[in-house]
Design a protein around this ligand. Sequence first.
Ligand code: HEC
Length: 138
Amino acid sequence: MHVLSFFLRTCAVGQRTRLGLILLMVSIGISQSSLALSEPAGLVLEDSAIKTLAASCAACHGPHGNSVGSTPTLAGLNSSLFIQRMQGFKDGSVPATVMHRHAKGLREDEIAALAQYFAQQPRITPPALPKQPFKGGQ
Ligand code: HEC
């Protein structure tokens, strides 16, 4: 702010022009800070878009990436490893039964956002499933 006051003291401008200059400088400051807020580093996609995308993985990988079956758990997975595996599924270097199809349908920025999302999810050990007797036998 001292730059502004120096500028105003040294310039022979009228009261009205000074007020205009102050408002202009303040508005530039506001627009720059709101721009900075709308672009968090590394995350290009909308938060809701990532959550919707991640929900499609829950059918196999469990809620928030915590698998309840034999499918690998994604919650808390290192994001670089996540990206590495997804790229491997895409180019065929990592063997897959289903993931090659899922990976091929995702863009690089979506994979990066999903990697970040799953790395942030807490890893929860699922409770043991209750025994379910098979009643349909004949
Ligand atoms: C139809 C079930 C299914 C769905 C849906 C699914 N996956 Fe998978 N995923 C698997 C299976 C099974 C594997 C083990 C590799 C294989 O056999 O394809 C796997 C492996 C992975 C791995 C490697 C994990 C590791 O530790 O090596 C990642 C990463 C992954 N999936 C991410 C995702 C993401 C992200 C989505 C959602 C966009 C998703 N998966 C949706 C079944 C699924």
